[in-house]
Design a binder for this molecule. Structure first.
Ligand SMILES: [Zn+2]
Length: 253
């Protein structure tokens, strides 16, 4: 919480670590690599299991590439990127990039993924209107809002046998074991993870999206990735004892 008297905002709490399985649900390939992957590297080092679920294949992300050509390329880059931080399972829900709709279909698909993987911790990306505090924060994208909100909702849907009974019929038993949903990139972080041990791998993990990054910027890709990850993990450090940090807004359940 930012305090209005202009004093230093309070320190972020350490993220809970008494869990074994996490599921990260985001809209696009690269959403987890702009910082969050540093936390993931630390967790997989500690023997925890992390699974990635992407609502789309990011096929509308490169101006010069037709979606049909772009989708398999971005899928491959996402799998390579996940492997760098110890994530072996990457799934795609095949919602259409750029026009992902918040609604029952999305909630159902995410609830199904939660039931399949039975995580205690669910991660997602900023579901709020802007990046950084309003006014002045950059406008977020509708895909991130839709997937972030649907993920927060699906954590509860997954545990209720009556909301999507068709999932139970498909053999996916209710899972009411999600203890926290943690939102990366939120304007209102409450917790953080030390990004130091995973920093180098987080940079390489972002660099694995090479085709996307080369289309995005004229900068040298190595320098772009190193600077971006350093900037994103440096932002929360003054609220985390000076350590580079991945900050999350944590919703306990
Ligand atoms: Zn995105």
């Amino acid at each position: 919480m930012i305090d209005t008297a202009g004093q230093t905002p309070p320190q972020l709490e350490e993220m809970p670590s008494d869990w074994q399985r996490a599921l990260a649900v985001v809209a696009h390939p690269d959403d987890l690599e702009y910082g969050c992957a540093a936390a993931v590297a630390g967790w997989t080092d500690a023997g925890k299991e992390v699974v990635y679920v992407l609502a789309s294949r990011g096929e509308a992300g490169i101006d010069g590439l037709e979606p049909a050509v772009c989708a398999p390329l971005r899928e491959r880059e996402q799998r390579d990127s996940a492997a760098v931080v110890g994530v072996r399972t990457v799934e795609f829900l095949d919602h259409r990039d750029g026009v992902i709709e918040y609604g029952l279909g999305l909630r159902r698909d995410i609830a199904a993924a939660i039931r399949r993987h039975r995580p205690e911790l669910v991660l997602t990306l900023n579901h709020r209107d802007t990046w950084g505090p309003e006014p002045g924060g950059a406008w977020n994208t509708p895909d991130h809002l839709a997937v972030g909100r649907a993920t927060l909702d699906a954590a509860a849907d997954a545990g209720n046998r009556w909301i999507f009974p068709e999932l139970t019929e498909q053999g996916l038993a209710p899972w009411n074991g999600v203890r926290w949903v943690a939102v990366a990139g939120s304007n209102l972080p409450t917790h953080a993870v030390d990004a130091g041990p995973g920093l180098e791998r987080a940079t390489r993990s972002l660099l694995a999206h090479r085709t996307y990054i080369e289309a995005l910027t004229d900068e040298d890709p190595d320098a772009y990735c190193r600077d971006f990850v350093a900037m994103s993990t440096g932002r929360a450090s003054e609220r985390f004892g000076g350590r580079p940090a991945v900050a999350f807004e944590v919703f306990p359940r």
